[in-house]
Design a protein around this ligand. Structure first.
Ligand code: PMP
Length: 302
């Protein structure tokens, strides 16, 4: 009998399963080679998609972005699109994830340590994992709203490529945690917010316009950000693509962040200063509510 996806089931009966370089392996025993270039040089890219109600959200856009990241680094695609879709769904299915996320990482592969690309072609490495998250906990977080801190953007110049080189993001998010906040907003040399440690940054102006930074090498072009453009269109909201300063954000009517694992999260404080009335904004909550009406959903089990 094939395992079914039920909302109450948090765990696969035989424990978590990971897909590693062609095999489904018990999560606890899953590993990669010590000379995997992803491990040694962060020479790898990744995607993380939301799983909701037994469906993978915006999988096509995530896999399109994966292709762009791979092309930017000249890493070859590990397999065809249909094969990849099959395995991503299979990992979610085998882990009985009804609500949660699926993570995939593709690296240049294993080779004797040397900075330039391996001269003899090597097969790209691929790892896929899935995990369960509790919807009620996410909803509680959204109804409370989150605090963000701001700090100087000290990342490399190509953060539009979704690489696993996330040390600056790790340190920023740890600084946020130590300050009692949930997210850190990076700020460029001109005083403009680039994006969050693991999310895109938005504000809502006094007249109800959504503002987020335009695509460039300074931000990751978020799939959820794209989805919010779609929702805004349906809802008749105007999106202004321009950078905003920390001062403008602090004085904004609302602020929020977007990411595949958090969808839309209202920001209620920036560096300890309340945004608006200090409660989640109604536009952010509306966008969150309507997001899945518009997003693509790929069922894991047909
Ligand atoms: N920026 C950064 C740095 C991120 O890590 C993420 C999350 N992957 C995002 C933005 C949001 O992107 P997405 O909506 O595709 O999750």
């Amino acid at each position: 009998m094939s395992p079914s996806l039920s909302p109450g089931r948090a765990k696969a009966p035989n424990g978590r399963i990971a897909y590693v370089n062609g095999r489904y392996i018990p999560h606890a025993r899953a590993s990669v080679h010590i000379e995997d270039r992803g491990y040694q040089f962060a020479d790898a890219v990744y995607e993380a998609c939301e799983v909701r109600d037994g469906a993978i959200i915006d999988l096509t856009r995530h896999l399109d972005r994966l292709d762009r990241s791979l092309a930017a680094l000249r890493i070859s695609r590990p397999m065809s699109r249909p094969a990849l879709v099959f395995i991503v769904r299979e990992v979610v299915r085998r882990n009985l994830v009804h609500d949660g996320s699926v993570y995939l990482q593709v690296g240049r592969g294993v080779a004797r340590r040397d900075h330039p690309f391996p001269s003899a072609p090597v097969a790209p490495s691929i790892v896929i994992t899935a995990k369960h998250t509790d919807r009620a906990t996410s909803e509680r977080l959204a109804s409370a709203g989150i605090g963000v801190i701001t700090l100087a953007d000290n990342r490399w110049g190509r953060v539009d490529i979704k690489t696993v080189g996330l040390l600056a993001n790790v340190l920023a998010k740890q600084a946020a945690r130590e300050a009692g906040a949930r997210e850190a907003w990076f700020v460029d040399a001109g005083g403009f917010v680039t994006e969050g440690g693991s999310s895109n940054a938005w504000i809502v102006t006094a007249d109800g316009k959504l503002v987020t930074r335009p695509d460039s090498a300074a931000i990751l072009s978020g799939i959820t950000r794209r989805g919010v453009f779609d929702v805004a269109k349906v809802a008749g909201l105007t999106v202004e693509l321009r950078p905003f300063t920390v001062a403008e954000a602090k004085a904004a009517r609302e602020a929020f962040v977007t990411s595949a694992t958090s969808i839309v999260l209202p920001v209620v404080a920036i560096d300890g200063n309340p945004v608006g009335n200090g409660h989640p904004g109604s536009i952010a909550l509306e966008l969150r509510l309507r997001f899945h009406d518009v997003a693509e959903a790929t069922l894991v089990v047909n």
